[in-house]
Design a protein. Sequence first.
Length: 293
Amino acid sequence: MTLFIQSLVSMELFIQIGLSSLLLLEEVLITHANWMRLFPLPEDAFHKKTLDKVDIETAWGLRYGVPEGMAAAVLSPLPKDCSQPQEPEYVESQLDEEHEAFLASLYEELAEPETSTAPSDFDLQFGPIPADSEEEPVYTEDSEVEAAELETKEAAEVTAAAEETEESEYLLMEDWHVQQKPVAIRPQLTAKSTHSIRSNHIGEQEWVVEIIGHEQEYIHVSDGDSRTWLNVANDSLGKGDILSVLVHRAMTGKIEVKKADILQKKSLDFALELENEEEFYNLSRNVEQEYVI
């Protein structure tokens, strides 16, 4: 019994919803019909020449708020002249003999380059400058000072270049990259050496070397095959002296001087001869380099 009552209630609710939907649909149809009555039929609209104020206000102005001029322009029919596009008409011009002759002469002028050498209005004529118009140089005190400074600067550069060409008694870092000069030690002296610099022997060893330069407490020595620096604090040593050096080379490559004895000391005359030989050697090497280049 309870199930039957529930089904009746559901059916009644469904019927009420259906009736409400029908009423809503009826109201929509009535509203749409009333709205359609505001607009004239298409046939009547195209037959009208202009729209009156009543049509504009009722159909567009009051409902959509469209200006009167715009509504009239939108709803007015198109003129008959604009209904179909007009095709353009082309009229072919007639060329007579005079026109054809003019075109032929124009083509010939464009094809041939101008070979005339006559000066035109745009040609610039260059000629000698009149003597009156030549400006004489004006000398002032500032120009004289600048000339003097320039001469002083040039003289300083020449002096610096001359000093650079002179061989220095002191060893510079750049000298390490300079090509080694030939060193000749007598066999009687080299016989006292136990190893050479190039052998890289580890431990104590004795070298017979010649001093080829010095810088503070370091001397630059060569055994005729290789060269190296040694830390020897001895002011009596000079360039060209031949030494017997007892050194100790560590595993790290560090060389420590244990003892240094002078085997042969260059005399002043021999030192001058050595300088002349070195100058000749430098000159000949520069000539060879220029020839190779």
